[in-house]
Write a protein that binds this ligand. Structure first.
Ligand code: SAM
Length: 242
Protein backbone atom coordinates (compact mmCIF):
# COMPACT_ATOMS: atom_id res chain seq x y z
CA UNK A 1 0.00 0.00 0.00
CA UNK A 2 1.18 3.50 -0.79
CA UNK A 3 2.28 5.94 1.89
CA UNK A 4 1.28 8.97 -0.21
CA UNK A 5 -2.08 10.67 0.44
CA UNK A 6 -5.08 8.87 -1.01
CA UNK A 7 -5.95 11.73 -3.35
CA UNK A 8 -2.60 11.22 -5.11
CA UNK A 9 -3.16 7.51 -5.81
CA UNK A 10 -3.79 6.55 -9.41
CA UNK A 11 -7.10 4.76 -10.10
CA UNK A 12 -5.20 1.49 -10.65
CA UNK A 13 -3.32 1.84 -7.36
CA UNK A 14 -6.60 2.41 -5.58
CA UNK A 15 -8.39 -0.52 -7.21
CA UNK A 16 -5.52 -2.86 -6.39
CA UNK A 17 -5.36 -1.58 -2.78
CA UNK A 18 -9.14 -2.04 -2.37
CA UNK A 19 -8.95 -5.62 -3.67
CA UNK A 20 -6.03 -6.36 -1.33
CA UNK A 21 -7.78 -4.86 1.69
CA UNK A 22 -11.09 -6.69 1.29
CA UNK A 23 -9.29 -9.97 0.54
CA UNK A 24 -7.40 -9.60 3.83
CA UNK A 25 -10.10 -8.38 6.21
CA UNK A 26 -12.99 -10.63 5.08
CA UNK A 27 -13.26 -12.72 8.28
CA UNK A 28 -13.28 -9.64 10.54
CA UNK A 29 -15.30 -7.31 8.31
CA UNK A 30 -18.79 -7.79 9.82
CA UNK A 31 -17.63 -7.72 13.44
CA UNK A 32 -15.62 -4.55 12.89
CA UNK A 33 -18.55 -2.86 11.15
CA UNK A 34 -20.76 -3.58 14.16
CA UNK A 35 -18.16 -2.42 16.68
CA UNK A 36 -17.08 0.72 14.82
CA UNK A 37 -20.59 1.92 14.03
CA UNK A 38 -22.15 0.84 17.32
CA UNK A 39 -24.41 -1.45 15.22
CA UNK A 40 -25.83 1.56 13.37
CA UNK A 41 -24.72 -0.08 10.09
CA UNK A 42 -27.49 -2.67 10.53
CA UNK A 43 -30.11 0.08 10.90
CA UNK A 44 -28.69 2.02 7.91
CA UNK A 45 -29.02 -1.03 5.63
CA UNK A 46 -32.55 -1.75 6.88
CA UNK A 47 -33.49 1.85 6.11
CA UNK A 48 -32.08 1.41 2.59
CA UNK A 49 -34.13 -1.77 2.11
CA UNK A 50 -37.27 0.06 3.28
CA UNK A 51 -36.68 2.89 0.75
CA UNK A 52 -37.15 0.42 -2.12
CA UNK A 53 -40.59 0.49 -3.75
CA UNK A 54 -42.98 -2.19 -2.44
CA UNK A 55 -43.33 -3.86 -5.87
CA UNK A 56 -39.65 -4.70 -6.51
CA UNK A 57 -39.01 -8.33 -7.53
CA UNK A 58 -35.51 -8.34 -8.92
CA UNK A 59 -32.84 -6.29 -7.15
CA UNK A 60 -29.11 -5.90 -7.73
CA UNK A 61 -26.87 -5.11 -4.75
CA UNK A 62 -23.50 -3.89 -5.99
CA UNK A 63 -20.25 -4.05 -4.01
CA UNK A 64 -22.26 -6.49 -1.92
CA UNK A 65 -19.24 -7.63 0.13
CA UNK A 66 -20.38 -10.05 2.83
CA UNK A 67 -23.96 -9.61 1.64
CA UNK A 68 -25.54 -7.71 4.54
CA UNK A 69 -27.63 -5.39 2.36
CA UNK A 70 -28.58 -8.19 -0.05
CA UNK A 71 -29.81 -10.17 2.99
CA UNK A 72 -31.67 -7.14 4.46
CA UNK A 73 -33.43 -6.66 1.10
CA UNK A 74 -34.37 -10.36 0.79
CA UNK A 75 -35.78 -10.22 4.33
CA UNK A 76 -37.74 -7.03 3.57
CA UNK A 77 -39.22 -8.47 0.34
CA UNK A 78 -40.03 -12.17 0.94
CA UNK A 79 -40.80 -12.92 -2.72
CA UNK A 80 -37.98 -10.94 -4.32
CA UNK A 81 -34.91 -12.30 -6.07
CA UNK A 82 -31.64 -10.54 -5.12
CA UNK A 83 -28.32 -10.59 -6.98
CA UNK A 84 -25.20 -9.54 -5.07
CA UNK A 85 -22.16 -8.53 -7.13
CA UNK A 86 -18.60 -7.76 -6.02
CA UNK A 87 -15.10 -8.06 -7.45
CA UNK A 88 -13.66 -9.68 -4.30
CA UNK A 89 -14.89 -13.27 -4.41
CA UNK A 90 -13.67 -14.05 -0.90
CA UNK A 91 -16.17 -11.50 0.53
CA UNK A 92 -18.96 -13.13 -1.49
CA UNK A 93 -18.05 -16.65 -0.32
CA UNK A 94 -18.75 -15.45 3.22
CA UNK A 95 -21.94 -13.78 1.95
CA UNK A 96 -23.01 -17.14 0.50
CA UNK A 97 -22.40 -18.95 3.80
CA UNK A 98 -24.46 -16.34 5.67
CA UNK A 99 -27.23 -16.51 3.07
CA UNK A 100 -27.46 -20.32 3.32
CA UNK A 101 -27.50 -20.14 7.13
CA UNK A 102 -30.50 -17.81 6.95
CA UNK A 103 -32.35 -20.08 4.52
CA UNK A 104 -32.19 -17.44 1.77
CA UNK A 105 -30.02 -19.42 -0.64
CA UNK A 106 -32.82 -19.85 -3.17
CA UNK A 107 -33.48 -16.11 -3.40
CA UNK A 108 -29.98 -14.57 -3.31
CA UNK A 109 -27.26 -15.32 -5.83
CA UNK A 110 -23.77 -13.86 -5.97
CA UNK A 111 -21.93 -12.91 -9.16
CA UNK A 112 -18.31 -11.78 -9.54
CA UNK A 113 -18.43 -8.39 -11.26
CA UNK A 114 -16.82 -4.97 -11.46
CA UNK A 115 -19.33 -2.22 -10.72
CA UNK A 116 -18.07 -0.11 -13.61
CA UNK A 117 -18.54 -2.87 -16.20
CA UNK A 118 -21.42 -5.13 -15.24
CA UNK A 119 -22.15 -8.50 -16.89
CA UNK A 120 -25.89 -7.71 -17.03
CA UNK A 121 -28.16 -6.54 -19.82
CA UNK A 122 -29.87 -3.15 -20.04
CA UNK A 123 -32.92 -2.65 -17.80
CA UNK A 124 -32.51 -6.06 -16.11
CA UNK A 125 -33.34 -5.00 -12.54
CA UNK A 126 -36.23 -3.25 -10.75
CA UNK A 127 -33.77 -1.52 -8.42
CA UNK A 128 -30.03 -1.29 -7.75
CA UNK A 129 -28.33 -0.60 -4.41
CA UNK A 130 -24.75 -0.03 -3.31
CA UNK A 131 -23.75 0.35 0.36
CA UNK A 132 -20.36 1.72 1.38
CA UNK A 133 -18.98 0.74 -2.00
CA UNK A 134 -19.09 3.86 -4.15
CA UNK A 135 -16.29 5.66 -2.34
CA UNK A 136 -13.95 2.75 -3.16
CA UNK A 137 -14.57 3.14 -6.88
CA UNK A 138 -12.32 5.77 -8.50
CA UNK A 139 -14.75 6.43 -11.38
CA UNK A 140 -17.96 7.03 -9.44
CA UNK A 141 -19.77 8.54 -12.39
CA UNK A 142 -19.07 5.43 -14.49
CA UNK A 143 -20.47 3.27 -11.67
CA UNK A 144 -23.63 5.39 -11.38
CA UNK A 145 -24.12 5.30 -15.17
CA UNK A 146 -23.71 1.53 -15.14
CA UNK A 147 -26.35 1.28 -12.40
CA UNK A 148 -28.65 3.43 -14.51
CA UNK A 149 -28.06 1.18 -17.53
CA UNK A 150 -29.02 -2.05 -15.75
CA UNK A 151 -32.07 -0.67 -13.90
CA UNK A 152 -35.45 -0.47 -15.65
CA UNK A 153 -36.80 2.93 -16.64
CA UNK A 154 -38.61 4.18 -13.54
CA UNK A 155 -36.43 1.94 -11.34
CA UNK A 156 -34.73 3.22 -8.20
CA UNK A 157 -31.00 3.39 -7.45
CA UNK A 158 -29.89 3.78 -3.83
CA UNK A 159 -26.45 4.50 -2.38
CA UNK A 160 -25.35 4.50 1.26
CA UNK A 161 -22.10 6.23 2.16
CA UNK A 162 -20.41 7.53 5.29
CA UNK A 163 -19.92 11.29 5.40
CA UNK A 164 -18.87 14.00 7.82
CA UNK A 165 -21.65 15.39 10.03
CA UNK A 166 -22.35 19.12 9.64
CA UNK A 167 -22.33 19.85 13.37
CA UNK A 168 -18.81 21.11 14.13
CA UNK A 169 -18.34 19.32 17.46
CA UNK A 170 -19.61 16.04 16.08
CA UNK A 171 -17.46 16.55 13.03
CA UNK A 172 -14.32 17.07 15.11
CA UNK A 173 -15.14 14.05 17.27
CA UNK A 174 -15.77 11.93 14.17
CA UNK A 175 -12.49 13.05 12.62
CA UNK A 176 -10.62 12.09 15.81
CA UNK A 177 -12.50 8.77 16.01
CA UNK A 178 -11.75 7.97 12.37
CA UNK A 179 -8.10 8.91 12.42
CA UNK A 180 -7.13 7.56 15.83
CA UNK A 181 -9.57 4.94 17.14
CA UNK A 182 -10.46 3.10 13.93
CA UNK A 183 -6.87 2.24 12.91
CA UNK A 184 -6.14 1.01 16.44
CA UNK A 185 -9.30 -1.07 16.94
CA UNK A 186 -9.42 -2.23 13.31
CA UNK A 187 -5.72 -3.07 13.36
CA UNK A 188 -5.99 -5.03 16.61
CA UNK A 189 -8.93 -7.16 15.50
CA UNK A 190 -8.07 -7.65 11.81
CA UNK A 191 -4.27 -7.63 12.12
CA UNK A 192 -4.24 -5.18 9.19
CA UNK A 193 -3.82 -1.63 10.47
CA UNK A 194 -3.22 -0.28 6.97
CA UNK A 195 -6.70 -1.41 5.91
CA UNK A 196 -8.21 0.56 8.76
CA UNK A 197 -6.11 3.59 7.86
CA UNK A 198 -7.46 3.42 4.32
CA UNK A 199 -11.05 3.39 5.65
CA UNK A 200 -10.88 6.83 7.37
CA UNK A 201 -8.88 8.25 4.46
CA UNK A 202 -11.48 7.04 1.98
CA UNK A 203 -14.32 8.64 3.97
CA UNK A 204 -12.45 11.93 4.20
CA UNK A 205 -11.61 11.82 0.51
CA UNK A 206 -15.24 11.14 -0.55
CA UNK A 207 -17.76 13.58 -2.00
CA UNK A 208 -20.01 15.71 0.21
CA UNK A 209 -23.71 14.74 0.17
CA UNK A 210 -24.44 17.70 -2.14
CA UNK A 211 -21.65 16.69 -4.53
CA UNK A 212 -22.96 13.12 -4.64
CA UNK A 213 -26.45 14.48 -5.36
CA UNK A 214 -24.96 16.44 -8.28
CA UNK A 215 -23.29 13.27 -9.56
CA UNK A 216 -26.68 11.48 -9.52
CA UNK A 217 -27.97 14.36 -11.60
CA UNK A 218 -25.04 14.13 -14.01
CA UNK A 219 -25.60 10.38 -14.37
CA UNK A 220 -29.14 11.17 -15.52
CA UNK A 221 -31.26 10.30 -12.46
CA UNK A 222 -34.44 12.20 -11.60
CA UNK A 223 -36.36 12.70 -8.33
CA UNK A 224 -33.09 12.68 -6.40
CA UNK A 225 -33.43 12.59 -2.61
CA UNK A 226 -30.91 12.40 0.18
CA UNK A 227 -31.42 11.40 3.80
CA UNK A 228 -28.94 11.99 6.64
CA UNK A 229 -28.76 9.02 9.01
CA UNK A 230 -27.41 9.12 12.59
CA UNK A 231 -26.65 12.87 12.63
CA UNK A 232 -25.34 12.72 9.07
CA UNK A 233 -22.63 10.12 9.75
CA UNK A 234 -24.11 8.27 6.79
CA UNK A 235 -26.22 9.49 3.88
CA UNK A 236 -28.66 7.61 1.74
CA UNK A 237 -29.05 8.99 -1.79
CA UNK A 238 -31.72 7.76 -4.18
CA UNK A 239 -32.68 8.57 -7.73
CA UNK A 240 -35.05 7.30 -10.39
CA UNK A 241 -33.81 6.20 -13.82
CA UNK A 242 -35.78 7.52 -16.78
C1 SAM B 1 -16.96 -1.44 2.51
S1 SAM B 1 -17.37 -2.89 1.61
C2 SAM B 1 -19.14 -2.80 1.58
C3 SAM B 1 -19.77 -4.16 1.58
C4 SAM B 1 -21.29 -4.19 1.77
N1 SAM B 1 -21.98 -3.48 0.71
C5 SAM B 1 -21.72 -3.68 3.12
O1 SAM B 1 -22.71 -2.95 3.18
O2 SAM B 1 -21.09 -4.06 4.11
C6 SAM B 1 -16.94 -2.43 -0.02
C7 SAM B 1 -17.06 -3.55 -1.02
O3 SAM B 1 -16.98 -2.96 -2.32
C8 SAM B 1 -16.32 -3.86 -3.16
N2 SAM B 1 -15.88 -3.11 -4.34
C9 SAM B 1 -15.08 -2.02 -4.38
N3 SAM B 1 -14.92 -1.60 -5.65
C10 SAM B 1 -15.65 -2.43 -6.43
C11 SAM B 1 -15.91 -2.50 -7.83
N4 SAM B 1 -15.36 -1.63 -8.70
N5 SAM B 1 -16.71 -3.47 -8.29
C12 SAM B 1 -17.27 -4.37 -7.44
N6 SAM B 1 -17.05 -4.37 -6.12
C13 SAM B 1 -16.27 -3.39 -5.60
C14 SAM B 1 -15.20 -4.40 -2.28
O4 SAM B 1 -14.68 -5.59 -2.79
C15 SAM B 1 -15.94 -4.58 -0.96
O5 SAM B 1 -16.49 -5.86 -0.84
Amino acid sequence: MKSKPLKNWTPDERISAVKGIFNTITPHYDLLNRIMSGRRDVAWRKFAARRLPSDVNNILDLATGTGDLAIAIAEQFPRAQVTGADFVEKMMRLAETKTQAKGLGARIEFVAADATSLPFGDSEFDAVTIAFGLRNIPDRLAALREMKRVVKPGGKVITLEMTFPRNLRLRNFFRWYLNHMIPIVGGMISGNREAYTYLPDSIQDFLTPDQLGDLFDLAGFKAINKFPLTFGLTYLHEGIAE
